[in-house]
Design a protein around this ligand. Sequence first.
Ligand SMILES: Nc1nc2c(ncn2[C@@H]2O[C@H](COP(=O)(O)OP(=O)(O)OP(=O)(O)O)[C@@H](O)[C@H]2O)c(=O)[nH]1
Length: 202
Amino acid sequence: MDANIVVMGTESVGKSALTVRLLTRRFIGEYGDIESIYSHSFMVDGRELTLNIWDSPYTEDLSVEASLLEKKKVQWADGYVLVYSICDRASFNTVSRLIQFIKSTKDYLSTDKTPIVIVGNKRDLHHRRTVLSEEGWMLALKTDCHFYEVSAAENYHSVLMVFHGLVDRMKDAKLTMKRPLGFRGIVKSMSAVFARRRTDSF
Ligand SMILES: Nc1nc2c(ncn2[C@@H]2O[C@H](COP(=O)(O)OP(=O)(O)OP(=O)(O)O)[C@@H](O)[C@H]2O)c(=O)[nH]1
């Protein structure tokens, strides 16, 4: 069985750090603007589950193409990891917006448990904290999502918990794991955005 997961959030909140931590158990410090879909398998209830994890850099590109890609990304995914930094209030506000965007794009039934986990990252930087844990919990409660506070820099197990929590959530939602958009379609839309970026920079 396999499932698609997308990791979303604003710039520099640690999306790549979380993804790379899950895949390699390591924290390497600098990640660059990686846009990738990684596959990672693990055993759940005695069965192998492969997660296809889409880690994408944040874009403020408001073009029609870019917003179409965001929509496709949301439609492609069966589950969502929405990341903010506990030191960056704007990133927390963006997570609220993303939840609304996902819910309206996917049109979940009100009885469905939405397969979304909210992650407050950079817990090790608590001396620079601007978003309280309670605010994360409240948002999760209000929107019926899971919530974790983690440090991708310091801890592998809490990151693993995030993805396990999401898998549980997807099982609860009893979602049919089918793909509205094939892999080829996504690669095509991604290259359309990159081509546009390249053109823009000249
Ligand atoms: N102290 C601390 N720094 C972190 C943590 N996670 C990530 N960082 C740092 O934050 C910066 C951004 O991390 P990335 O993983 O590249 O963030 P991103 O969300 O993928 O960023 P974009 O690709 O630009 O959207 C890097 O310098 C990381 O080393 C963490 O848990 N604690």
